[in-house]
Design a protein around this ligand. Structure first.
Ligand SMILES: Nc1ncnc2c1ncn2[C@@H]1O[C@H](COP(=O)(O)OP(=O)(O)OP(=O)(O)O)[C@@H](O)[C@H]1O
Ligand SMILES: [Mg+2]
Length: 286
């Protein structure tokens, strides 16, 4: 499902001494079925921006167009927009509130007025998608580990059958195995069901591995929106915005600078290994 943002502005506490412009003149378009990474320093406006994509925040200027509809239009059904654009918040554990895991995941579909059978089918399906065993269904979400809580929160959003899934740091604070597991499942969902995904992350490695295009925010402005390759080739500019590039990029760029004829537009460890082996083979060292 495409989403378009035109000249979007957001000001917190307007007219008070604490007034803060969090978004300034942001415009972009995300195409149907894309996987977009959203990066930017702390306080650059990422969380503010995504809350505009399903109307949780109201623009102080500009517009947000979801599936061809301007969501500030009074005739637009906001419930429908929120079921189409699902957001998993930065600390999803705060999104949980029901007494059992099952009820928590079922909350959204229940509000949509679906019958028990359909709700049950959806809960079981999304639990499987996020890798959550049914043995947890009757537990309180608050008894679970951090990783399992994330899975419940993601399942609850997926149970609404969204066309676009926005995840704000879904893997932050998880151990490496748990975090790869969750991110790989999201990637699979994107690949198999054509789900449009926006992933906010501070991990350049995760973004490099998962995203097709990257948006770069800095001080409330959208500074870049381009392919992963093109973004990570601008390492000096990223560094001036307090961002780094994946380690694999630095290695390849460093080799190239030192006169070694390798492709420096590489950003994952796997591709870097292959390219270095190719080079060594070519020069007869391997
Ligand atoms: N509810 C609020 N009231 C006032 N100012 C806010 C509020 N929420 C965010 N801000 C400010 O707006 C700016 C953008 O914040 P936002 O949370 O969108 O950034 P972020 O890129 O998500 O940061 P992080 O990487 O730390 O999550 C920051 O300066 C922040 O302090
Ligand atoms: Mg944030």
């Amino acid at each position: 499902m495409p989403i378009e943002v035109k000249n979007l502005n957001h000001i917190y506490s307007k007219g008070s001494p604490f007034e803060k412009t969090a978004l300034s003149d942001i415009s972009f378009k995300i195409n149907d079925g894309e996987f977009v990474g959203l990066i930017g320093h702390t306080g650059s406006g990422k969380s503010t921006l995504i809350q505009h994509l399903n109307g949780l925040l109201k623009p102080d200027g500009g517009s947000v167009i979801v599936d061809g509809l301007d969501i500030s239009d009074k005739t637009v059904n906001m419930r429908e927009i929120r079921s189409k654009v699902g957001i998993v918040f930065q600390y999803p554990e705060y999104q949980l509130f029901e007494e059992t895991v099952y009820k928590d995941i079922a909350y959204g579909p229940k509000n949509l007025g679906l019958d028990e059978k359909e709700i049950d089918a959806r809960v079981r399906h999304v639990a499987e998608v996020v890798g959550l065993d049914e043995k947890y269904f009757e537990k309180s979400p608050f008894e679970l580990s951090g990783g399992q809580k994330r899975r419940v929160a993601i399942a609850g959003v997926l149970a609404m059958n969204p066309k676009m899934l926005i995840l704000d740091e879904p893997a932050a604070g998880l151990d490496p195995v748990g975090r790869d597991e969750i991110l790989n499942r999201i990637k699979l969902l994107h690949e198999t069901e054509g789900l449009t995904v926006v992933l906010v992350s501070h991990s350049m490695e995760d973004i490099a591995r998962l995203a097709e295009r990257i948006m770069v925010m800095c001080d409330g402005e959208l500074k870049m929106f381009d392919t992963v390759e093109n973004i990570f080739s601008r390492s000096a500019e990223l560094s001036s915005m307090g961002l780094n590039v994946p380690q694999a990029c630095l290695v390849m760029q460093g080799l190239k600078k030192n006169g070694i004829a390798v492709d420096d537009k590489i950003y994952t460890v796997e591709k870097a290994c292959k390219e270095i082996l190719r080079y060594l083979g070519e020069v007869g060292k391997c």
